[in-house]
Ligand binder design. Sequence first.
Ligand code: GUE
Length: 292
Amino acid sequence: MAKVIDGKAFAEGLRGRIAKAVDSLKSQHGFTPGLAVVLVGEDPASKVYVANKAKQTVEVGMNSWEHKLPAETSEKDVLALVEKLNNDPAVHGILVQLPLPKHIDSMKVLTAISPAKDVDGFHVVNVGKLSTGQDSLVPCTPVGSVMLAKDVLGSLDGLEAVVIGRSNIVGKPVAQLLLAENCTVTIAHSKTKDLPGVVRRADLVIAAVGRPEMVKGDWLKPGATVIDVGINRIERDGKGKLVGDCDYASCEKVAGAITPVPGGVGPMTIACLLYNTVKAACAARGIEQPAM
Ligand SMILES: Nc1nc(=O)c2c([nH]1)NC[C@@H]1CN(c3ccc(C(=O)N[C@@H](CCC(=O)O)C(=O)O)cc3)C=[N+]21
């Protein structure tokens, strides 16, 4: 049976180190990092995530602002709020929760965020810096996924990594990070021929397709490490349930190590968001980032 990768515990440890760093910024530099989250509309899952983010931001000692706007808010008004937050020196990180309502152009909104405050790492400037190997704010879920993989495997040097999914939010940036870790990276997606055959080559599988329980145990090379980024709400036996993109029951029998859902990558995403906020705050103040 596969080793279960405890993302919840890893994230708790990381948040503890972030809290210490925030403490030292307060005592030695007299300022508090702050994160502003913008939520447009009433999506119930988004509301839960935003509430969790705010709670954990406060728990590590940072300032948190939640801007909740009605679903019918115009693009112009969202852009105006982003501009206001860009110009507010107390705000070091800005996160606009996705997905945005259909009438709003997300790319336009993400590009309006100051790259220095873009704690999601979605701005084209940060995307470009990541892909050219420059220091930047890196997307949270990809960083959290790679941290967990390195925690179980040590070095990723020379490993065959297969990323399933090519989104701007996870697939593409996680592929960049794995490349920087010296993996041989394949990005598979919905048009990939013989997906099970491609996945079977992998020492490390990153599943980020958003399709419940798609990856089966017999797709895996025995002993492979599986990082399941999927968070899918499904109905089973009349009950709501959270499942990943991997069929956990069959995968745990073949994998060497696997992240559970919930309790795997999800908690890492928020911890990395807090990390990015401290990083952005230190850069804004021109001070060295404490160890975390
Ligand atoms: N601009 C933007 N940035 C994001 O980072 C972003 C976003 N928009 N939109 C929505 C997705 C989703 N997301 C999650 C964060 C934490 C958990 C998490 O903590 N999950 C826990 C609990 C899950 C539960 O019980 O609901 C777990 O997996 O154990 C999940 C999902 C961030 N997102």
